[in-house]
Design a protein around this ligand. Structure first.
Ligand SMILES: Nc1ncnc2c1ncn2[C@@H]1O[C@H](COP(=O)(O)OP(=O)(O)OP(=O)(O)O)[C@@H](O)[C@H]1O
Ligand SMILES: [Mg+2]
Length: 225
């Protein structure tokens, strides 16, 4: 099994050096925890040698590019070199999404894919089996094309859940949780790895920050709850 970098400073230290190649990782957190920053960085930091595709189900691509610009990430260069591609997709016309993802992966030889967010699918489908089937189909498409992927998942504040619909975590290989918790008069950011295949990962909760350098995990520090 080959391990590859997450592209997130400090996170690989908690994962014996990185995530298994071709694994699907669910990144769950409430609004504002930095899921989009994390996923963009996961693609951007290795785009030079691992082409990637960012599928946005919610946010406009222009917003995502603005975010990248503030971090000083030259997204356009990689787009011009066909190493990064951004797709905005409405989850209510989901029928042909599998084909679109697959075609784009093949066109640029993508090794990494981000789906931001997978829970958006559930907002347009009523019944849980249907949501599960759709998420499963997307996962299968990513697996079939040998991609390593981050699927983000919005969880509701105040709920102790791993995912939005209670099905997402069963479809993926790895699960990473982002927390925003009140500590005295301040909200603090922390991260923990819930599961990661074939990896003796940290089971502790570690602080992280989002700065002008991007998403940074403080792997040597631990948060006590
Ligand atoms: N350049 C920056 N410098 C410092 N912090 C930043 C910067 N850009 C974003 N942030 C922080 O990251 C947060 C937003 O991150 P992001 O959009 O990735 O969250 P998210 O989990 O995707 O949220 P949502 O669920 O609403 O999509 C901001 O609220 C801010 O706290
Ligand atoms: Mg987001």
């Amino acid at each position: 099994m080959k391990r590859i970098t997450t592209g997130i400073d400090g996170l690989d230290n908690l994962l014996e050096g990185g995530i298994p190649e071709r694994s699907l990782i669910l990144l769950s957190g409430t609004s504002g925890t930095g899921k989009t920053v994390f996923s963009l960085q996961f693609l951007y930091n290795v785009a030079k040698y691992e082409p990637g595709i960012f599928v946005s189900f919610e946010e406009d691509i222009s917003k995502i590019k603005e975010m990248a610009e503030v971090f000083g990430w030259d997204i356009e260069r990689y787009e011009n070199e066909n190493k990064l591609r951004f797709l905005r997709y409405d989850p209510f016309r989901i029928e042909d999404i599998l084909e679109v993802i697959e075609n784009n992966i093949r066109e640029i030889g993508a090794k990494r894919v981000v789906i931001d967010s997978i829970s958006a699918i559930g907002l347009y489908m009523r019944d849980p089996p249907e949501i599960r089937r759709m998420i499963l189909q997307i996962s299968n498409t990513l697996r079939k094309n040998n991609c390593t992927a981050v699927l983000t998942c919005d969880i509701l504040a105040g709920k102790e859940s791993l995912s939005r619909f209670g099905v997402e975590e069963f479809v993926v290989d790895g699960l990473v949780l982002l927390h925003n918790s009140l500590d005295k008069e301040e909200y603090k950011r922390s991260i923990n790895i819930w599961k990661m295949p074939s990896t003796n990962h940290s089971r502790k909760i570690h602080p992280y920050s989002i700065t002008k350098e991007g998403f940074i995990v403080h792997s040597k520090e631990v948060v006590r709850k």
